[in-house]
Ligand binder design. Structure first.
Ligand SMILES: *Cc1c(COP(=O)(O)O)cnc(C)c1O
Length: 227
């Protein structure tokens, strides 16, 4: 698993370089290791190399890993599309959720968050590409959703998350990251997290203010598409 350790180190170096280039300190950007489709051995290897936060997109798969790795006290982020019937499992087993884009989903997470755990950290997902097919709240509807989530006692609203349109050219991609930051800065409530940037575009995201990058393939390698 030395390859994984080296890949993780290379990603950390990219993050630090991008942060420095943007006049930011490297520790201003947190690395979320996206381990979806990879097994517990790979996650253990990453944890042994110092990685604490892991991102998962498929609930059933994630629950098995969370149980199998309970001895490591890792921090689990749910980053996949969130269906209503999965909200209870996510509220019970995760520390963070990044894909909240409707009040009904937030309400269900709030209601299902166990009293024995701290409030669930939440990022509201915003549709920054303007494509109708994309998930995420429309920018115009963001302030109302943020207000609603901020009032839910079992949720802790941390910030905004976006997935830019795939294949966008670098300028267009960067302008989508910039839009997310501007939306965050324009809200009445101060939010500390901008969850944006993946393996291929983390530099652009960090240049535009990302505080958390979600990186999968650059750490764990090529991933078979889930069918
Ligand atoms: C899979 C996934 C990632 C990681 O993508 P890579 O290109 O492998 O770095 C990041 N964010 C979300 C929401 C994902 O689903």
């Amino acid at each position: 698993m030395d390859t994984l350790k080296n890949a993780l180190q290379a990603v950390r170096t990219r993050i630090a370089a991008a942060a420095c280039a943007a006049g930011r300190t490297p520790d201003a950007v947190e690395l979320l290791a996206v381990s979806k489709t990879f097994g517990v051995d790979a996650i253990r290897a990453a944890a042994a190399a110092g990685q604490r936060a892991f991102g998962e997109s498929y609930v059933q798969e994630a629950l098995l890993k969370i149980a199998a790795l309970a001895d490591l006290s890792l921090i689990w982020h749910f980053i996949g599309p969130l269906q209503r019937n999965k909200t209870r499992a996510v509220a019970e087993h995760f520390d963070w959720v990044h894909g909240v884009d409707r009040a009904i989903i937030a309400q269900r997470l709030n209601d299902a968050r166990p009293a024995t755990r701290p409030p669930l950290n939440v990022c509201v997902q915003v549709n920054v590409s303007g494509e109708a097919s994309k998930s995420g709240v429309a920018p115009a509807d963001l302030p109302a959703l943020v207000q609603a989530v901020a009032q839910m006692p079992r949720l802790r609203l941390r910030g905004l998350m976006a997935i830019p349109a795939p294949g966008a050219n670098p300028d267009r991609q960067r302008s989508q990251f910039r839009l997310l930051r501007r939306l965050r800065d324009g809200l009445d409530i101060p939010l500390d997290t901008l969850s944006m940037g993946m393996s291929d575009d983390l530099e652009a995201a960090i240049a535009e203010g990302a505080t958390l990058v979600r990186v999968g393939s650059a750490i764990f390698g090529w991933r078979q598409a889930k069918t």
